[in-house]
Structures are given as C-alpha cells and as structure tokens.
Design a protein around this ligand. Structure first.
Ligand code: PLP
Length: 376
C-alpha cells in the first residue's frame, strides 16, 4: 500500500527533538524555527510535557465524553485564567479545522443566520465550511462550494459595512495575523470595527487563533492587541505541542444545549494532559514574555537587512518578504545552514519557532540569514 501522495516533502527523516533543536536519522542537528507548522509551542520533548503525558498514559489514555473527565474542567479553568477569559466556556475537539467548523456552526445555531464573512487570503482549514471560508479555490471541492461564504478585501472597513447592510450575516471569521496568507497583521481599528458591526447586527465574531494564538505573539490571543473580546476563539496547533488537540473558547452569552456539538475523541484524558502541560509551562516559564522579547529583537534586526522588502508580525510569528529573485533563501537555510523555516506566497520566509526560543538561537539564525543573503 502506498501513501496518498499529497505532500511535497523534504528528504529529511527527523527522529529526535529537544527544545528548539531536532535531529535526523544521520545525527545531523537542525535549528527548528518552524515547529512543524507552528505546533511546537513549548519546545520538543519538554520534560514537564513528557512526564505529564507519560503519567497520564499509565493511568488512562482515553474514555469518551459520556463520563466525568475532571481534567477537562482543570483545563478550562487554566485556559480561562491564562487567556484572561475566565467566564468563557470550553468545547474541546481535535484540530484547527474542526475548531473553526464548530465555531461557524455554533454561530449559526446562535443567531439562526447563514452568511459568513471571511477575508482575502484567509486560511481556516480543510473541512467543509472551514474550507469554504478559506480563500483558495484550488482546495475547495465542488461539494464544499456555498453561497454562504462572502469574501471581502483585507482590512477594508467600507466593504465590511456594506456586507452587513442586508443583516443576514451570521459570523465574521478572521485570523488576528494571517499565517498561510503571508503573516498579515489585522489592523487594530479593523478588528474594533468588526466588533462594533457584530454587536449592531447580532453577528458572531470568530477569532481564528489556530496559528496566531496560544501566546505566540506575546499576548494569549493576537486579537487581544485590539482590546476587544471576540465571541468565539478557535485554537489548535500550539495547544498540544504536537498532541492533536483543538478547542473553541465561547462567550458566556452563547448558551449550550445537549447534543448541539459533539466529538468522540475531543477532550480525552491524554489530550487534556498535553494541553495542561503546555499551559503550565507557558505560565511557569513566562513564555509569552519571552515570545514578545525575542520576537521584537528578531523583527528589529531583520528590518536592518537591505535585501529584505518588508518584515511583518508580532512576537514569534514573523514574515520576511523577499524579492522574487531570492527564491532560494528558504532552501539554503535548510540545506546549507540546517535551519527549518516556513514559507508563504509569493516569497515570504515564515518564522514560527517555539515560544522559548533563546536570543542565542535567534542570533544563530540572523547570522545564517546574513550569509545566505550575501551569497544570493
Ligand atoms: C489560521 C488557521 N486556521 C485553521 C487551520 C487548520 O488547522 P488544522 O490543520 O489543525 O485543521 C490552520 C492550519 O494551518 C490555520 O493556520
């Protein structure tokens, strides 16, 4: 049996990881500034994470949502506290797409409306409605196409007001910083405008925090920079540091009813243990402050490179715009300097390292980046 061949892959077999370093099967060391798509939040094999998962596995790994799982309540409490949304409600699932799918569905249950506003270059996942509000027709199958998705230009307040005119909007979904879209930071005034219009029209503000959330920007949710509360925050990636877990954090104004949402695996014992270990580590090791500090340092240093067109981002979610002729940079960083980075179109190097990245590793990257640019 062959694998279904959908991923263009690098010929590297990573077999081990510690903190911000990973090692291949030949023992070559790599600096990981990508965290496997922004997933590794507290570093590979963090001792507290390993111990909590190991201990849990010796107790019980899984039982369904038909019984009491106190770990879920502990997680809700901790997440409420660390995210500063103590009166919100937690629904646990397994991935970012599933979190958004549930958020969009919940919004529609809440206000009985159908239309969803999304934005140019948005990425919200690959399941049916999540992909329908993702701005990439190539990955939208005919069965996923829907007239309920409305795409608006990024940060265009007039277009937003106009779209609300018919009062049919169920929800607005927006990443605080577009990730796949090339690290585009949502302007504060635009997020505030969404909040106002959603309030005026009984629409639900969904803050997709799957990539930009979980402390990566120095605040727990990157939408927090706008000083507003969204109605639903979706999250995944950094939440489990590699263990598949996703969630939505739901405003107290949205009331649940039995059967409204559900999942077999979501909120299982192991997933909760992983998510708790991540939050405990973020808190104990002060990782949001570190993300803000090391991120600010990286951004200010990167802005000094002449060949860089633009540097965007917040904290440890950084996009480096390069001119088209420097299309080799990401590959050179990987194969000549053993540094993993990400990419976005047209020629953006994406940095999404663990939140405990040290300044020394940031400097190592800056040096390699300098050499790569000089030789390009
Ligand atoms: C902003 C955003 N939302 C949703 C998703 C989908 O998450 P998943 O791949 O876990 O389904 C992603 C994944 O890249 C993402 O970046």
């Amino acid at each position: 049996m062959n694998l279904f061949d959908v991923y263009p892959i690098n010929p590297i077999n990573i077999v081990k990881g510690i903190g911000s370093l990973v090692y291949d099967d030949k023992g070559t060391e790599y600096l990981d500034l990508y965290g496997g798509h922004a997933v590794i939040s507290i570093g590979h094999t963090h001792p507290h994470y390993v111990k909590r998962l190991e201990d849990q596995l010796h107790q019980i790994g899984f039982y369904s949502n038909s019984i009491e799982i106190p770990l879920q309540k502990q997680l809700a409490e901790k997440l409420g506290q660390v995210s500063g949304k103590e009166d919100y409600q937690l629904f646990l699932c397994n991935s970012g797409a599933e979190a958004n799918e549930n958020a969009l569905k919940l919004a529609s249950f809440y206000n009985g409306k159908k239309k969803v506003i999304a934005f140019k270059n948005a990425f919200h996942g690959r399941t049916s409605l999540a992909v329908a509000v993702t701005d990439n027709p190539k990955i939208v199958a005919p069965v996923n196409e829907t007239e309920n998705a409305i795409f608006l230009p990024w940060a265009d307040e007039a277009a937003l007001e106009q779209a609300f005119a018919d009062n049919e909007i169920s929800s607005v979904i927006i990443e605080g910083i577009q990730g796949v879209g090339g690290i585009q930071v949502a302007p504060i005034l635009f997020l505030q405008k969404i909040r106002t219009l959603c309030d005026e029209h009984n629409a639900v503000f969904i803050a997709d925090s799957v990539q930009c959330g979980y402390g990566r920007t120095g605040k727990f949710y990157s939408h927090d920079f706008a000083g507003i509360d969204a109605d639903i925050y979706s999250m995944a990636k950094g939440m489990g540091n590699g263990f598949p877990v996703g969630a939505i954090s739901i405003s107290p104004k949205i009331k649940p009813w039995y059967g409204e949402l559900g999942t077999t695996f979501g909120g299982n014992h192991l997933a909760c243990a992983a998510a708790l270990a991540v939050l405990e580590t973020i808190e104990q090791d002060n990782l949001m402050a570190n993300a803000a500090e090391v991120g600010e340092y990286l951004i200010s240093e990167l802005k000094k490179f002449d060949k860089v067109t633009e540097v965007r981002g917040r904290g440890l979610m950084i996009g480096i715009d390069l001119p088209a002729e420097l299309s080799n940079v990401k590959k050179d960083l990987l194969f000549k300097h053993q540094i993993f980075t990400g990419e976005a179109k047209p020629n953006v190097v994406r940095l999404l390292p663990a939140l405990n990245l040290t300044k020394a590793y940031a400097d190592k990257f800056l040096q390699a980046f300098d050499t790569t640019l000089k030789n390009s």
